[in-house]
Design a protein around this ligand. Sequence first.
Ligand code: SPV
Ligand code: MG
Length: 543
Amino acid sequence: MNSSKTQALREILTRDGLSFLMEAHNGLSAKVAEEAGFEGLWGSGLSISASMGVRDNNEMSWTQVLDLLEFVTDAVKIPILLDGDTGYGNFNNMRRLVQKLETRGVAGVAIEDKLFPKTNSFIGENQPLADVDEFCGKIKAGKDAQRDDSFSIVARVEALIAGWGLSEALRRADAYHRAGADAILIHSKLSRPDEILAFKKEWGDRCPVVIVPTTYYSTPTEVFREAGISVVIWANHLMRSALTAMQQTAQQLSREESLLNIEDRIVSVREVFRIQGAGELEEAERRYLPARQGAPQALVLAAGRGKELGVLTEDRPKAMVEIAGKPLLERMMETFTSIGIKDVTVVRGYRKEALQLPNTRYVDNDEHATTQEAFSLFKGLEGLSGPVLVAYGDVLFQKFIPMQLFESDSDFCIAVDPDSANDAHRDGYRDLVCCDRPFHWREFDQTAHLGKMSTTLPPGQVHGEWIGLLKMSASGLEQLKELGTELMATGAARTMRMADVFDALLARGRRVEVVYVRGHWLDVDDMHDVVAASNFGGAGQYR
Ligand code: SPV
Ligand code: MG
């Protein structure tokens, strides 16, 4: 039971001055009404049945109405007065109805003095009315059944609509009031408020009077206020306005077979998420779900030209040089895809317009001619989250290498080839590394850590070459971003190579794990490499 809602409805019914209830027929319309500032809702039988595609003739069972109401009461904090038709049966059905409504958080029910199954009041003429005593017994039974003192029962008088006139309406209203009704709903289907006002004048202030000005809609609300009406119900206007909008959209779409003229006229999907409360769920997930590793992302540093490749890079950056008919970067992307990395960011600079691959985010380093890799790296890191694989844009590697890096729990983990440092033909820029232990093929545990990375290490200290792949955990990424903010601010990042970035990390006490890999990768530094790359990769990996 939700006594604050029952009290709120009772307050709306009984306080001085005019109040309003807005029709709602499901959780969504209830939220819309609440957001618009209404203090209470009307659970319209007409609107609920219409929204279900059935007639307002008790074709929906009362338990189906109950189930729907649960969505409404869950959706909002404001109270709802249910249009309970005739109470769905006799006094006994009414008792059960009231108790079930209380358990669903419904604040009150209006019952009308007609016969089950009812017909909407605006259909037909001279509908038969309930016997006054029988209806009074139903009201009493309902009042006796309620467990919450504040639950309201509104008795609806149909005498005016059924053509019995004012005195019969007053006689009935008085009987219902004496039977315990908390308010009288006096209904009329005239286009003017005359009979309602006449009723109110005779009725005085015996108990609150509720009206439904659907047919006498042109009456200024001030008239009701001055007459001392307690509550006006806007009984079906959310359902009807939704119907207008749905008909227009459906007809237009059927005609035009295009969303072009629709999209700007309707709420965005984001707005739907907002009103559904998606934000609250996101917040709750952060509170209650174990922290989830984000999906891995990749950052490719591809701003450089690679001028050693001569004519091959006149019109495109090195990453777009074709290896056996396919750009190098495209081959790298295929490897990413094969290990589940969908989110790829590429930092481009030289001939950036030639770097166009689908499903890729681009970050531009327009100062590529005067900056080094660290500058591209820190620019590229900005929008990233979760574990990240950083790759030079000119390397090819078998997928087991990044997979091995992702297996490591370390914040920073790099792949180092112990053999390639001795590769005779390679004489350009190299990321040579010295570790806390050299690779030894006999040893099972090859865990090592970076001691220093430089292009010029004394031969005795070289344990291998960094192949250009770095994995960072989510927290490693944050640490590197922090370093980036610092080095970008001072301008130091502009001239730093990746080796300097690792040095800066080590100088700040970070540990960089080394995974030794022997072969199964290559970088494309010169024409010799382009030829070698064409033959690179196992069957199926590079088609
Ligand atoms: C309803 O909204 O279902 C009502 C009011 O009962 S009326 O349709 O005007 O009868
Ligand atoms: Mg109704």
